[in-house]
Design a binder for this molecule. Sequence first.
Ligand SMILES: [Zn+2]
Length: 256
Amino acid sequence: MTFLILGVDAATWKMIKPNLDELPSWKRLVEECKPGTVELKEDPLSPLIWCGMFSGMYYNEHGHKEFVDDGDIVGRDDLDVEFFWDELDMDVRALNVPFVVPPYSYNVDFEPVGYGLPTTEEEWNEELEKVTEKTKEVLREGPDVLVSVFTTLDRVQHFHWGEDMVLDWYKEVDERLGELLFDTGFLEDEDNRLILISDHGFCSFGEAKVQTLPEETEHGKLKGDHHEEAVVITKNVERSIVEPQDVYRSVMDVFG
Ligand SMILES: [Zn+2]
């Protein structure tokens, strides 16, 4: 049995639900698993949310919200936080988890693409490819828990929210989800558990309650920013995931 937590940074129902006919893997997941929405009460900042998701702590406990603090890049060791992989005496692996840059891996040898901030189409493709291949490789080894995160959609949507090309990248992610969850037979194994989750949704830049990046960047003007509604889909997970910390609790329900 493997408990897989697959993160799709910035995935939003706004893009998925109206396009299910073009997103066959998402469609199957919605039909065959338990879809839901996480309404964030904390600020929709990726480091803050991913950190809470895997530590079970709230911001007032873990105190982490930015990749850079006072001009210094925040690393894993700067955080006074225990994640479930630190606490559990099991085979727990994590790869490309973006609560810090470059994203963090645990018991997996993985080098993030573009320092974890892929910016060109080439890098987006490379990340999808690399995360998929590594996730498949680790799944074959049968760990108790595996956390794996795609960051591509966050980057695409910051630069291109509202453009047709955003859907093209959801289709790319859809293909990878099909490879990972269906082609490998992962979801056919009744013992396996899945949480597929985003850390926040997306909206136009001006609509966002919290501005997570400056509008002008070295790569051009940003068109989108984070929104409080995140996506969640579960299979064989008893606890309802209503906030990011419930991911930690779900793992602890089984292994803690
Ligand atoms: Zn994010």
